[in-house]
Write a protein that binds this ligand. Structure first.
Ligand SMILES: *[C@@H]1O[C@H](CO)[C@@H](O)[C@H](O)[C@H]1NC(C)=O
Ligand SMILES: *[C@@H]1O[C@H](CO)[C@@H](O)[C@H](O)[C@H]1NC(C)=O
Ligand SMILES: *[C@@H]1O[C@H](CO)[C@@H](O)[C@H](O)[C@H]1NC(C)=O
Length: 205
């Protein structure tokens, strides 16, 4: 009987100890293995990551160009009377080249939406994918977001992420106008981004 009693005491103390440890672990934000029994997961870390700067040129043909690659898709009730064309949505699929000349090496396309989204200043919300179909990044995408205030000499956009060599990418892009002629603007994108992040599994404990 005395033996059973002492086993009971030991069990009680063990339970108290375990729950105290559990609460402490919780407080410290540590992972409780049983929390993940029905929620499998694996930890990874980024082993190596480089930063690159490169420049591409975008052949932006106006909607009036006979071979245009940009089309207006929608506008708002205010667009026609808005000083900034507020509410106009345009979709583009512009040729991306290695040099300003439209006949230079084709690297891919800049595709997505441009939305006039500032009531008082001429500014465009961009939602664009820079898709490489040739060159060193063929098959990879950089996703660009941001506010393009087109009257500025340099417009800064966000590199929000990417695919392929640009998985986990983050950075920024400086957009400048390289030249303009009838119905064609050649835009220069200087892109600063991380790339080549190698994903490694965290060793089992
Ligand atoms: C430029 O656009 C205008 C319409 O605004 C058109 O009449 C003209 O043919 C276009 N010129 C070229 C070279 O694209
Ligand atoms: C439009 O494309 C056609 C066919 O590629 C080409 O011959 C023509 O010169 C282009 N027009 C302009 C204004 O670039
Ligand atoms: C356009 O790009 C070329 C090639 O990089 C460069 O030499 C030239 O200075 C640029 N022009 C402008 C106005 O930025």
């Amino acid at each position: 009987m005395a033996k059973l009693g002492s086993i009971g005491v030991i069990l009680t103390i063990s339970c108290l100890l375990a729950s105290t440890l559990y609460v402490n672990a919780r407080k410290q934000g540590l992972d409780i293995a049983e929390d993940f029994l029905d929620f499998p997961r694996k930890d990874f870390y980024l082993e190596k990551e480089k930063v690159v700067k490169f420049r591409v040129f975008v052949q932006d043909l106006s909607v009036n160009h006979p071979n245009t690659t940009t089309y207006d898709v929608a506008q708002a009730s205010i667009t026609a009377t808005s000083p900034t064309g507020f509410g106009k949505v345009r979709v583009i699929d512009d040729l991306v080249t290695a040099q300003p000349n439209g006949n230079s090496r084709a690297l891919g396309r800049l595709q997505g939406l441009l939305t006039r989204s500032d009531l008082t200043t001429l500014a465009i919300s961009v939602n664009l994918n820079l898709y490489f179909s040739a060159g060193p990044y063929a098959g990879s995408i950089i996703s660009l977001l941001g506010r393009n205030q087109i009257a500025l000499a340099e417009r800064e956009l966000v590199v929000a992420g990417g695919t392929g060599v640009f998985r986990f990418a983050r950075g920024y892009a400086i957009q400048k106008t390289n030249s303009t002629r009838t119905n064609v603007s050649v835009l220069e994108y200087n892109i600063y981004t991380t790339y080549n992040a190698k994903l490694n599994e965290v060793d089992e404990m």
